[in-house]
Design a protein around this ligand. Structure first.
Ligand code: G6P
Length: 615
């Protein structure tokens, strides 16, 4: 939520900052802004409500010179999205400019104190207190910007990644982090700073991930220095070499990242599986699990914490782990778990499931479980993100950068990893026979090819989308392994088309939701041939009897549901526990085409952000 970028080096900072903002726009697009120290020594700040394009338009014909600068793309938390609340914010003297990702919890107290000291606030943001506080400390203590930032971080409570520049020192950026991500790229005589590595990768693959409580001092012509804010000690710098390629960050000819990411799934799942299932399908290896075998085998229960789409993947994971490992699994919304008083012991394993690895609630939930002695395991996509760094062990899903705000390939990657984990733990517990392992593992290896087959439905789904574009409400029904698929299908439609949709366990419908069904309320029913197939058929009949239109996702060759439903989309037969990996594809495409027909901004739907680093 919110993205920050910084540059100090030999090129025109503006170009790098704008390109970086485009890369980070998925983190928020309510407003954006840049601050550069120009060649004439002026500190120029340009900000604009709306997307980065609006900022570019606004900045045309302005002084864009300067080889140092910071920039921000905002997802509004405190104060409405407008030009004034946009970052960067400047200090009273207009010498300092600051960008911030996170939330300052004690900002009202700090603000009152600063007002008493004569500071005037022009925005409604929490961020403005940080820049005034830093300037106040600089004046009061007659100290350097670094010392002032260090002192300010002791007084600020909350989550932040900040970057500050001082008009009087165009050769320096100071950055600090607490609970919000910050990456520094180290180039040849130049430094890049960003909320994630995507704005950096085209310039250098050498990055340093800042840890919580660290402050970075970036000085022109000098080596990067990182300090612990609570002591005087200098931190050791670990340079990580990024493996990401720039092509992964481009649309590659597709009109939207979301469509590209849907169509990438055969490859991303092949990458996710690669090296983890043997060619003969007889063994699964996930080193993060194997190395902590005793934790999983001795677990009284597994708790999976997640948010959004990841929470839906977790619900599928629960069924997989309970089926194969006979370990009770609880799935929790991270935001609820962290504020309850959950019973967690050192016999529990907590899995934090998160595409970005940065979701604030998931991170807090895992820290809570850790403090109770639980073994915490991360399943994430973004390499080097906060969750993998906070867990005892984990496993990446390896599906590559997901840029579309609506998660697609990360969902299937998460389910695939959970399936492999369940098989592996079940085998280690002696509960999964060699034969079962071979059948399911071989089916996992077939998934990429089967998804390619499902893409043949693309034109049919596009036509179907035309029929349903003007529906105001949708019901998504599923059972068993595909109940979470129904939730996810409904979420996809809601978030990108803004059509109200409800996901429901098909059999629960008759306890209330059925009252909503009429000719205007289409139902998407996942009715594949699983152990509740006959029951689902009854549910379809209940919808039809009330005049509802049914789009059914069925198993290839199913003539019974084909005759009953108004429209059908066939997916191939596969082990029941893996069916969500196939049914997800038509659901993603249906949501996508309906949203496109409605003219929505599919990749950046209103009010949403991809990486939710605030509560
Ligand atoms: C946001 C995104 C969703 C995502 C959720 C959890 O709401 O828009 O697509 O599922 O956060 O994110 P995570 O990165 O933890 O999986």
């Amino acid at each position: 939520m919110c993205g920050i970028v910084g540059y100090l080096g030999k090129r025109r900072a503006y170009d790098i900052l704008i390109q970086g903002l485009h890369r980070l726009e998925y983190r928020g697009y309510d407003s954006s802004g840049v601050a550069m120290i120009a060649e004439d020594g002026e500190l120029n700040i340009y900000k604009s409500k709306g997307k980065v394009e609006a900022l570019e338009h606004y900045a045309q014909n302005k002084d864009l010179s300067g080889a140092v600068g910071i920039a921000h793309t905002r997802w509004a938390t405190h104060g409405e999205p407008n030009d004034i609340n946009a970052h960067p914010h400047f200090s009273q003297s207009r010498n300092l400019a600051l960008v911030h990702n996170g939330t300052i919890e004690n900002y009202t107290v700090l603000k009152e104190a600063l007002i008493r000291h004569g500071y005037e606030f022009i925005s409604e943001t929490d961020t403005e207190v940080a820049v005034h506080l830093i300037e106040y400390i600089m004046h009061k203590n007659n100290c350097s910007l670094f010392d002032a930032v260090k002192e300010a971080t002791k007084r600020i409570i909350g989550a932040y990644a900040i970057a500050v520049i001082d008009r009087n020192n165009p050769d320096q950026i100071i950055a600090a982090r607490q609970s919000s991500p910050l990456v520094i790229g180290v180039g040849d005589g130049e430094f890049f700073l960003a909320s994630d590595a995507t704005p950096i990768i085209e310039y250098t693959n050498k990055v340093v991930y800042l840890n919580d409580g660290e402050i970075a001092v970036i000085n022109r012509g000098k080596e990067l220095k990182v300090y612990d804010s609570k002591s005087t000690s200098e931190s050791e710098i670990h340079i990580t070499e990024l493996q990401m390629s720039i092509e992964e960050l481009e649309k590659g000819g597709y009109p939207h990242f979301m469509l590209k990411e849907i169509f990438e799934q055969p490859r991303t799942l092949a990458d996710c599986i690669s090296g983890r299932i043997s060619a003969d399908g007889k063994s699964v290896v996930l080193s993060g699990v194997v190395e902590h075998k005793e934790k999983f085998l001795g677990a009284n229960r597994i708790i999976i914490v997640a948010c959004g789409t990841s929470w839906h993947a977790a619900l599928i994971g629960k069924q997989l782990i309970e089926d194969f490992c006979r370990i009770p699994v609880e799935v929790e919304y991270a935001s609820e778990f962290r504020y309850r008083n959950p019973v967690v012991t050192d016999k529990d394993v907590l899995i934090a499931l998160s595409q970005s690895g940065e979701t604030a609630d998931t991170l807090a939930a895992l820290e809570l479980a850790k403090s109770h002695g639980a073994f915490v395991f991360g399943i994430c996509n973004v390499i080097g993100s906060s969750i993998p760094r906070a867990t005892h062990s984990g496993c990446y899903i390896h599906v590559g950068p997901e840029i579309g705000v609506a998660s697609t390939k990360a969902f299937t990657g998460q389910v695939t990893v959970l399936a492999m984990m369940a098989l592996l733990i079940g085998q280690m517990k002696g509960l999964v026979s060699e034969e079962t392992l071979q059948t399911v593992a071989s089916d996992i290896r077939r998934i990429p090819t089967l998804i390619k087959d499902i893409f043949k439905l693309n034109d049919k789904i596009q036509d179907l989308a035309k029929i349903f574009t003007y529906a105001h409400n949708f019901l998504y029904l599923g059972r068993g392994y595909n109940y979470p698929s129904a939730l996810e299908g409904a979420l996809k439609l809601k978030e990108i088309s803004y059509i109200h949709a409800e996901g429901y366990p098909a059999a629960e419908m008759k306890h209330g939701t059925i009252a909503l069904i009429d000719n205007d309320m289409p139902s998407v029913v996942i009715a594949i041939k699983d152990k509740v197939y006959e029951k689902t058929i009854n549910n379809i009949q209940q919808v039809k009897a009330r005049g509802g239109k049914v789009v059914a996702i069925i198993t290839e060759g199913d003539t019974i549901v084909s005759e009953m439903a108004d429209y059908v989309l066939e997916v191939p037969q596969i082990s029941e526990c893996l069916t969500p990996l196939l049914t997800a594809i038509p659901l993603q495409l249906l949501a996508y085409y309906i949203a496109v027909n409605k003219g929505r901004n599919v990749d950046q739907p209103r009010n949403l952000a991809k990486s939710v680093t605030v509560e």
